[in-house]
Design a protein around this ligand. Structure first.
Ligand SMILES: Cc1ncc(COP(=O)(O)O)c(C=O)c1O
Length: 491
């Protein structure tokens, strides 16, 4: 995976240093343990990656990864107050100027964001009044702890909404508001392992890295399954690999939207493959719906994620399609499974079944607020808009001679990686190898896409100048020949 995301902080640091008055301690180059002079250039490093294995069993490989800029040299140092600060008020003024500049950079970065699946369009002004409270839902959402400043009323309301969406009765589900989609995966796979302690974890190669992290954390045997060019799991390969481990139960991560291509694994075919190959009642399925878990229910023809099927858990990120100022997520599982991994904690007067201890009590309120405002119908409209706009982007890219792919159930448009890393950073594109993607979320309008497309077309004309002709790089290996528009594959 090539990561190259500038966040504008380095620029802001320079701006603040130029603008500041008396010492707020924003000295450039003050950071502890900083690499001298390392901030300017992107670091190219050899990083161990869990890729390159041929046999489906995880083994370390090496791949060059371009990391984003080191922001340490542009950090805002924390300095001890001067004795006269209160009288002069200079510290307050300097802090206010840092915050104002930071805010300005956020506005600019928000305007040029396209690569990550975050809906940046929301208004939670009504919740500003709650910022003065340290709201913490530590412990089990359904069992009040002795800490009274919590938001379990909201948390359980949100969980009920998701349990209904994924068709699990109120008295049969358990869940909680997580810190992010990663925590949902860590929890889902942990539940799977507690249900089947000797289970082997299967996940497609294109699963999110948190799935393989879970395997490392829990020291589970992990088998990577091949994918089609779309990014969807190849169930023939899944079957082959299952049959190599017939004696051990299977724990499977099913993607409801892969990270890079937005591919949706065929849940029904995964279940059929398991049942037809001797794994009936010996499998646990975790559905990673971080990306599209909340979009799929509103897409016609999409495979249904439902607890009426033999699945064990589903997770989704809250800050992605819903939109939320802080990362969060939702995890739902079957109540019967949770007893296997929970224990009572006297200190809390609650039960411990979550990954984290203290839990963000503000997040459930934000989710509750948006779910109430939009409802199922509101989300449905937004999903339709995202899919329409994603098609618009794919069609315009192809008209401009840029190879692009869009999976049928997805709003992730995959296209050639822009040649210039500066352009990648400006638009905060997520890249992998020779491809990049734009994830069309509700805040991505046609105007924004046109703005992006115009810039890309202009830049591209300079990158691939060859007697006035643009030459598209070949991306057939990543997206298939039909989606590639290089000189070899253009029809
Ligand atoms: C498929 C998938 N799963 C899990 C995650 C992790 O989600 P989070 O960033 O909320 O931890 C992502 C993030 O993009 C993802 O795409």
């Amino acid at each position: 995976m090539v990561g190259s995301v500038g966040n504008g902080l380095a620029d802001l640091g320079a701006a603040v240093n130029g603008a500041r008055g008396k010492g707020m301690g924003m000295e450039v180059g003050m950071g502890m343990g900083m690499l001298p002079g390392a901030a300017e250039a992107a670091l190219a490093m050899e990083v161990e990656a869990a890729a390159g294995e041929e046999d489906g069993v995880e083994s370390p490989g090496r791949r060059e990864i371009v990391l984003g800029r080191n922001v340490h040299t542009a950090s805002f140092a924390v300095k001890e107050p001067d004795a006269d600060d209160e009288e002069t008020g200079e510290r307050e003024a300097a802090m206010a100027s840092v915050l104002a500049l930071y805010r300005k950079s956020l506005v600019e970065r928000t305007k040029h964001h396209l690569g990550y699946p975050y809906n940046l369009d929301f208004d939670y002004g009504a919740l500003g009044q709650l910022q003065h409270f340290s709201i913490n839902n530590l412990g089990d959402p359904f069992i009040e702890s002795n800490y009274g400043v919590h938001s379990r009323q909201f948390e359980v309301g949100v969980l009920d909404w998701f349990a209904r969406l994924w068709e699990l009765e109120k008295d049969e589900y358990w869940g909680y508001i997580t810190n992010c989609g990663t925590e949902g995966n860590l929890h889902g796979i942990l539940v799977g392992r507690e249900v089947f302690p000797d289970g082997v974890l299967y996940a497609s190669r294109e699963s999110h890295y948190s799935v393989f992290k879970a395997a490392r954390m829990y020291r589970m045997e992990c088998v990577k399954v091949d994918t089609f060019i779309s990014g969807e799991i190849d169930c023939e390969d899944f079957q082959r690999k299952l049959l190599l481990n017939k004696d051990k139960p299977a724990i499977i991560n099913v993607n409801i939207g892969t990270t890079v291509k937005g591919a949706v694994d065929d849940l029904d075919l995964v279940i059929k493959t398991l049942e037809e190959n001797g794994f009936k009642d010996r499998f646990y399925i975790h559905c990673d719906g971080a990306l599209f878990g909340l979009m799929m229910p509103f897409v016609k023809k999409a495979p249904k994620v439902s607890f009426k099927k033999p699945i064990g858990s589903v997770s989704v990120s809250g800050h992605k399609f819903v939109g939320c100022p802080m990362p969060c997520g939702v995890q739902i599982t079957r109540l019967e499974h949770i007893n296997a991994l929970s224990s009572n904690v006297e200190y809390l007067a609650s039960r411990d079944a979550t990954i984290m201890g203290s839990r963000n009590g503000h997040a459930p309120i934000f989710l509750w607020y948006t779910l109430n405002r939009k409802g199922y119908r509101g989300f449905q409209k937004e999903v339709q808009k995202c899919l329409r706009n994603a098609h618009y982007l794919k069609d315009r890219l192809r008209e401009a001679g840029i190879g692009a792919m869009l999976n049928e159930l997805s709003s992730t448009v995959v296209f050639e990686r822009p040649k210039d890393e500066e352009f990648v950073r400006r638009w905060q594109l997520a890249c992998e190898g020779s491809i990049a993607h734009v994830v069309v979320m509700p805040n991505v309008t046609i105007d924004k896409l046109d703005y992006f497309l115009n810039e890309l077309r202009e830049k591209r004309a300079t990158w691939y100048q060859d007697g006035g002709m643009c030459q598209a790089p070949c991306i057939a290996r990543d997206v298939g020949q039909d989606s590639c528009l290089c000189s070899l594959h253009k029809k």
